[in-house]
Structure formats: structure tokens, C-alpha cells
Design a binder for this molecule. Structure first.
Ligand SMILES: NC(=O)c1ccc[n+]([C@@H]2O[C@H](COP(=O)([O-])OP(=O)(O)OC[C@H]3O[C@@H](n4cnc5c(N)ncnc54)[C@H](O)[C@@H]3O)[C@@H](O)[C@H]2O)c1
Length: 387
């Protein structure tokens, strides 16, 4: 059997440990490094427990589990990653720390080795610029938990070599992942297109359209696995607020992405969600979830408004060539489990319907946030569909 290249993973936290598991499951020898003493050993112990559970559930044979675990070896320092054909960085989300690492890596690995970053919010182009050969630097954005979520956003920077994104997408397919290729723009696909799911729901709550459980229930009734408030509590309101804020700032304060004061106050209060026992809902023992107030007209108004904003966001990403229509829809179904791709969803009623919804919202609110994407308007005028 052909020997697989060695994959280096730097950062043995939530994402790095998961990515190392994925690479090892795909048959690669993996070298795992972390600056914090004991972090790699802890990740390997956790992986052993995870693999044991998979064996108990008969999803893996015990031989396979031993082989996967055995393929991951600790690297004492970044210098040990010299033999790697691909290095994936999953360290702290700090541009200066990442740049320093890529500066170091550039002089360390073979000329043809690929250097990837798992950053969620930083510019790939900026990270690559620190490396002696920016052409070999690319974003490989996995989703949490990496072994379970199929999506990988493959993000070439401005100086990334032509063809590297296609090669990486091919490699990710070999790892049984679903790659999508997207432009190096803030939030890539998922963290950009999903913003209105939270933002518009918070706005409706603030305007008194409905309470939180009613908004959550309406969206679950059309196929979303969790409502926005439940999901923000799961993600952590501090994290969700920080992502929204970073996307808003990175787009030079585009009004569509404006963060919510309600969420800011929530963060200030320390009610961060499940992890603190209280967020929008209480998770303390003995407290049940509040009931939604069923009302078909209210539910229709909620879902129409959130879907119109999500569809507009996906259409605008297509308009600005962030990704193809196919990849935009794959990203939302495979990265955040949306019940359908947003552009396919738009096609069900046709673009003209959604432009009318957005025009009515803009007329009512007088806010730029509701302006339809030029592409959605063009499709409405021509009667064309996305697929
Ligand atoms: N957590 C998520 O849901 C998620 C999803 C996708 C992408 N990301 C991105 O993945 C990266 C890692 O996130 P995480 O949640 O796994 O963080 P984490 O805090 O769980 O792990 C980061 C690890 O990196 C180590 N580290 C920090 N600086 C280092 C350095 N200079 N050299 C070597 N090791 C270093 C830390 O000791 C820690 O073990 C970030 O860029 C984040 O934006 C996170």
C-alpha cells in the first residue's frame, strides 16, 4: 500500500485533537504539537476513550482503534514537524501568534509541503503573508466536532498557488469530508451566511414579534434542528457575540451584521448559556423549558423574515463570488445541519417572492439591513432560478 504523507497538527485543543483523529482515521501518520505541557498527552488520552466508545458501539474494530491511536505521535516541538507534507495549525485565534508560527514553519518543512490554518475569523492572506512562500498557505476550516462534522471550508488566500485549493479539496474528500471552496472573506461561508439566523431572531424578540421559545419553535417546525436562542445558548453567547462582532467589524460595519444589544447585555450579565447554567433559558436542574405560544400567523411571520434574510445573505455571497451556488448550499447543510440549502429553498417560491418580503421589511423599518442583493433582484426580474 502507498505510504501516506505525514500530517502535522499544531494545537491539541478542541479542534486540533479532532483534526488529528480525522487525519489518523484516513491512514496518515500524524505528529501532534502543542505549546502547553501535557496538552498532547491529554488529547491522546481523550482520543483513546473516544475510540473505546466507538469500539463498544461496534462502529470500529479494536484493531482499527489501536491502529488509529498508534498513528498519532506527540511532537516535542514545532521543529519536529520537518518531515510533514501537510501541517494544519489549530492554535489560539490571534493573528500575531499565528503569523509568528507560519514565519517559523516556512523555513522548516519541505518546499512542497502545504501549510494550512484552521482559523475561523482571521484573513488567510494576512497569515500567509508572514510565510516565506505564501503560495503554499491555505485555510482548511473544519467544524466542531471535527470527526463528526463533514464540512471543510477550503480557503485560498490572495497569494495561494493556483490549483492548491483543488488539491486540498481532493485530499479532504479522501478524508471522507465534504469540502467547499470559498473566497478569503470574513466568516468564509457558514459564519457569514448564518448570521441572520441569530441576528434577525434577536431583532424580532426586541421588537416584540414573539418571545424566545415561540421564535425557536417556529424555526424548528420548518426543519432547523435547534432554534436560534437554544443554539446561541449551546454555542455560548460570548462566542456567538464575538463572531457577530468580528464579522461586522471585518465588513467595515455593514448594517446587516450589526450585533444585538440584547445579546451584549446577556454576555455582560454572565448568562452565557448552557456552560454557565443560564443563558436565554435556564439549565438548572428542575427548571423546565418555557412553552412556545402556538399561533400559525406569528410562526409564518417569524420564518418568512428569518428565511428572507438568510436567503438574501446566500444570494449576496453568490453575487460577490464568495463560492458557487452548489458550495454555498452544501456548506449550510453539511456545516450547520440546515434542513435545505438556502438557494434551493429560495427556488421553491422563486426569487420574486423573497424580494417582495425584503422590500416590505425595508419599507417598514427604513433600514439598509433589509436591502435585497442585486442578484436576488436580477433573478426576480428574469424569473430564473438558482439551480
Ligand atoms: N472551537 C471551535 O468551534 C472552532 C471551530 C473551527 C475553527 N476553530 C479555530 O481553531 C483554532 C483552535 O481553536 P480551539 O477551539 O481548538 O482552541 P483551544 O483553546 O481548544 O486549543 C488551542 C490549543 O493551541 C495551543 N496553543 C496556543 N498557542 C500555541 C502556539 N503558539 N503553539 C502551539 N500551540 C499553541 C493551546 O495550548 C491549546 O491547547 C482557532 O483558530 C479557532 O478559531 C475553532
Amino acid at each position: 500500500m502507498e505510504e501516506k504523507m505525514t500530517v502535522g497538527v499544531i494545537g491539541a485543543g478542541t479542534m486540533g485533537a479532532g483534526i488529528a483523529q480525522v487525519a489518523a482515521q484516513a491512514g496518515h501518520p500524524v505528529l501532534l504539537a502543542d505549546a502547553r505541557a501535557g496538552a498532547v498527552e491529554k488529547a491522546l488520552d481523550t482520543l483513546r476513550a473516544t475510540l473505546d466508545k466507538l469500539v463498544a458501539k461496534q462502529k470500529l474494530s479494536s484493531d482499527e482503534a489501536v491502529a488509529i491511536h498508534g498513528r498519532i505521535r506527540p511532537a516535542a516541538s514545532v521543529a519536529d514537524l520537518a518531515p510533514c507534507g501537510l501541517v494544519i495549525e489549530a492554535i489560539v485565534e490571534d493573528i500575531n501568534v499565528k503569523k509568528q508560527l507560519f514565519r517559523e514553519l516556512g523555513g522548516l518543512v519541505a518546499q512542497d509541503a502545504i501549510l494550512a490554518t484552521n482559523t475561523s475569523s482571521l484573513s488567510i492572506t494576512a497569515i500567509a503573508a508572514a510565510c516565506r512562500q505564501p503560495g503554499r498557505v491555505i485555510g482548511l476550516h473544519f467544524f466542531n466536532p471535527a470527526p463528526l462534522m463533514p464540512l471543510v471550508e477550503v480557503v485560498p488566500g490572495m497569494a495561494t498557488d493556483d490549483g492548491l485549493a483543488i488539491r486540498c479539496a481532493e485530499l479532504m474528500r479522501g478524508w471522507r469530508k465534504v469540502p467547499v471552496i470559498c473566497k478569503d472573506t470574513p466568516g468564509f461561508i457558514v459564519n457569514r451566511v448564518a448570521r441572520p439566523f441569530y441576528g434577525e431572531s434577536l431583532r424580532m424578540y426586541e421588537e416584540g414579534v414573539a418571545d424566545m421559545p415561540t421564535i425557536d419553535q417556529a424555526l424548528k417546525d420548518i426543519g432547523f434542528r435547534m432554534g436560534p436562542f437554544e443554539l446561541m445558548d449551546l454555542i455560548g453567547n460570548d462566542i456567538n457575540f464575538a463572531v457577530t462582532r468580528s464579522v461586522w467589524e471585518a465588513f467595515f460595519y455593514e448594517p446587516r451584521y450589526k450585533p444585538s444589544l440584547t445579546q451584549q447585555r446577556q454576555v455582560e450579565s454572565g448568562r452565557l448559556g448552557r456552560k454557565t447554567g443560564r443563558g436565554y433559558y435556564s439549565y438548572e436542574a428542575g427548571t423546565g423549558m418555557p412553552e412556545a405560544k402556538p399561533d400559525p400567523a406569528v410562526a409564518e411571520a417569524i420564518t418568512r423574515r428569518v428565511l428572507a434574510m438568510l436567503i438574501n445573505e446566500a444570494a449576496d455571497a453568490l453575487f460577490l463570488r464568495v463560492a458557487s451556488a452548489r458550495d454555498l448550499d452544501l456548506a449550510m447543510t453539511k456545516g450547520v445541519n440546515y434542513p435545505k440549502g438556502l438557494l434551493a429553498w429560495a427556488d421553491e417560491r422563486g426569487a420574486a417572492y423573497w424580494v417582495d418580503v425584503l422590500d416590505a421589511l425595508q419599507a417598514e423599518h427604513g433600514e439598509d439591513r433589509y436591502r435585497p442583493s442585486p442578484l436576488l433582484r436580477r433573478m426576480a426580474a428574469s424569473g430564473l432560478s438558482f439551480f
